[in-house]
Design a protein around this ligand. Structure first.
Ligand SMILES: Nc1ncnc2c1ncn2[C@@H]1O[C@H](COP(=O)(O)OP(=O)(O)OP(=O)(O)O)[C@@H](O)[C@H]1O
Ligand SMILES: [Mg+2]
Length: 251
């Protein structure tokens, strides 16, 4: 069975329809990269999957959890938390707690969400920090870390609740070029380990290398979907061709 099934997902902010019926299937252990113009709904899609936004309609199933959304019908808090727990989100701007150390940032969700003991959470956090190459930085505060290091703490934090799915929203776009590489390296290793991931990125070379499949979103719909070599090499849709030619000029 697929690990993730999304059907007919819509999201509007007031009058503004942002997602207009998104269908997605993702197998366990595969990596989906999402590309598309600014404002097309990429972040909104990830935020809906993590239930940071409540979709207007559609269904989302991740692992064992699933929810159906209907306009005007209030969602159950317990369902929402169960679904949210299935995915770990890595944000463009890190979103670390500034008053907590790297270690405490990675412990926090485990203690509050999973009710793990402090000792257990600490042990898991230290393992994860070592995994992202920050074994020596456990006691550093975010302001004492480089952007790349903060983002690697963000990745460790996303993994700390042992989610089925990792969501990355432009994880390197706030970073100086020399720091991008260290973050991509960590994500690449996670892909090799068979983690199920959805990644929004403008790093096309990285996308090509890490993705099993790529989707292009434009104006809240999936315009095209394919294997990287197909989507980059011989795009079928005019909108995909236009987007790729634009982005290749920039990068
Ligand atoms: N909380 C919100 N309230 C109102 N409008 C929103 C909200 N969040 C997003 N939008 C709007 O929804 C649309 C899609 O935004 P979204 O952030 O999903 O785009 P994106 O594809 O991630 O763009 P980018 O590449 O610039 O990050 C935009 O028009 C945006 O202004
Ligand atoms: Mg975005």
């Amino acid at each position: 069975m697929a690990m993730i099934e999304v059907r007919g997902l819509t999201k509007a902010f007031g009058e503004l329809a942002v997602l207009k019926g998104v269908d997605l299937t993702l197998e366990r252990g595969s990596v989906l990269v999402i590309i598309g113009p600014s404002g097309s709904g990429k972040s909104t899609l990830l935020r809906c999957l993590n239930v940071l936004e409540t979709p207007c309609s559609g269904t989302i199933a991740i692992g064992e959890a699933n929810m159906a959304f209907t306009s005007g019908v209030k969602v159950k808090q317990a369902d929402m938390l169960a679904l949210r727990r299935q995915s770990g989100m890595v944000f463009q701007a890190y979103h670390l707690f500034p008053h907590l150390t790297a270690l405490q940032n990675v412990m926090e969700g485990q203690v509050t969400t999973l009710r793990r003991s402090k000792e257990e959470a600490k042990e898991r956090a230290l393992t994860l920090l070592a995994k992202v190459g920050l074994g020596g930085k456990a006691d550093a505060y975010p302001h004492q870390l480089s952007g790349g290091q903060q983002q690697r703490v963000g990745i460790a934090r996303a993994m700390s609740i042992d989610p089925q799915l990792l969501l990355f929203d432009e994880p390197t776009s706030a970073l100086d070029p020399e720091l991008v590489r260290e973050v991509l390296k960590v994500i690449r290793e996670l892909a090799k380990e068979g983690r199920t991931m959805m990644i929004v990125t403008h790093e096309m070379k990285f996308a090509r290398e890490v993705a099993d499949r790529i989707i292009l979103i434009d104006e809240g719909v999936i315009v095209e979907e394919g294997r990287p070599e197909q989507l980059f090499g011989s795009p079928k849709q005019e909108r995909t061709k236009q987007f790729l030619s634009k982005i290749m000029e920039v990068y």
